[in-house]
Ligand binder design. Structure first.
Ligand code: ZN
Length: 305
């Protein structure tokens, strides 16, 4: 739960709550918030049931208590949507585009990029980690036009095929099908002629590599940013809450392929811990940056201070 209120959308937010600038080797990076969202009933189950669908209650209750969360009283999961801007070799790369008009406090990405002096026409490449509304909803404006007019896009071919072919229609639950499919198609269709669909792993620009991290969705991807022997692993929704690091076999109702998710976590978090890479997670408290350390059967989150 975010204890610090973030004010987005049309309201003015302090720079420090919206933008966090840092370096990875020679690359200039910025975590840029699109807004935040509260997952709560009636649209979503209460957070303990939404985020940890398979956790046994006798273990979940004390685990939540350690995080300062009361199982019976935790009514809404407030999470930021944090995108990443990387300036590398003269190119500006944006990873995920936020939620657009999904919620009352989303859709501030372009405004926040503007306060860094980056207008939409300055983005060269957009990498999408997956096609959920909060990660691609900023691809298009309300009138259907593409928001980043000069950008190329890149994403997993598996992910594209899932949403744009017939698979999503066949497997998505009825209650969320319309919104999820609507968002995906509205925001993927218009970039169809400028998206590179990647099979497996690929270095898109020197030091910027997309790699498969399936499970949250079929083609969910991570992005590895490397420069001058420093590395940032942008892991997107591989983990939604720090407790998923400690209990990597616990998953959320929105994780589509749990077995693949758990396997992706083992591989990527194992690498991140071993190489002591900086890690970025889209839904962690802003700016979502930290490192993972091995702990019992999983990992411990150490936020970058
Ligand atoms: Zn997400």
């Amino acid at each position: 739960m975010g204890s610090m209120p973030l004010r987005c959308g049309t309201e003015v937010i302090p720079m420090s709550d919206a933008i966090y600038q840092f370096k990875v080797g020679n690359f200039d990076c910025a975590a840029v918030i699109d807004g935040n969202f509260v997952y709560e009933p009636p649209m979503f189950p209460a957070p303990p049931h939404f985020l940890f669908v398979n956790a046994p209650e006798d273990r979940l209750i004390p685990a939540l208590t350690k995080h300062g969360l009361a199982f019976d009283e935790w009514e809404g999961w407030t999470t930021p949507y944090t995108c990443l801007l990387v300036s590398a070799g003269g190119k500006r790369v944006l990873i995920d585009t936020g939620a657009g008009a999904l919620g009352p406090r989303t859709g501030a990405l372009v405004k926040n990029l503007g306060s860094l002096g980056v207008d939409p026409g300055a983005i060269d490449l957009v990498i999408l980690t997956h096609a959920h509304p909060d990660h691609l909803g900023g691809n298009t404006a309300a009138d259907g036009s593409v928001v980043f007019p000069k950008a190329d896009w890149a994403m997993s071919k598996v992910e594209w095929d899932f949403w744009m072919g017939g698979q999503a229609e066949a497997v998505l639950p009825e209650h969320s099908k319309e919104i999820l499919l609507g968002y995906a198609r509205r925001n993927l269709g218009p970039i169809g002629d400028r998206v590179e669909l990647v099979d497996g792993e690929k270095e898109l620009l020197p030091g910027i590599k997309i790699l498969p991290a399936p499970g949250h969705t079929p083609g969910h991807s991570a992005v590895a940013i490397s420069s001058a022997r420093e590395e940032l692993l942008c892991l997107s929704d591989l983990v939604l809450h720090p407790l998923h690091l400690e209990e990597p076999e616990w998953f959320a109702g929105v994780d589509m392929l749990p077995d693949q998710l758990i396997s992706s976590r083992r591989t990527l978090l194992g690498t991140a811990a071993q190489e002591q890479s900086l890690v970025m997670l889209f839904h962690f408290p802003f700016p979502g940056l930290g490192r993972v350390r091995p702990r019992a059967e999983g990992w411990q989150w150490e936020p970058q201070s």
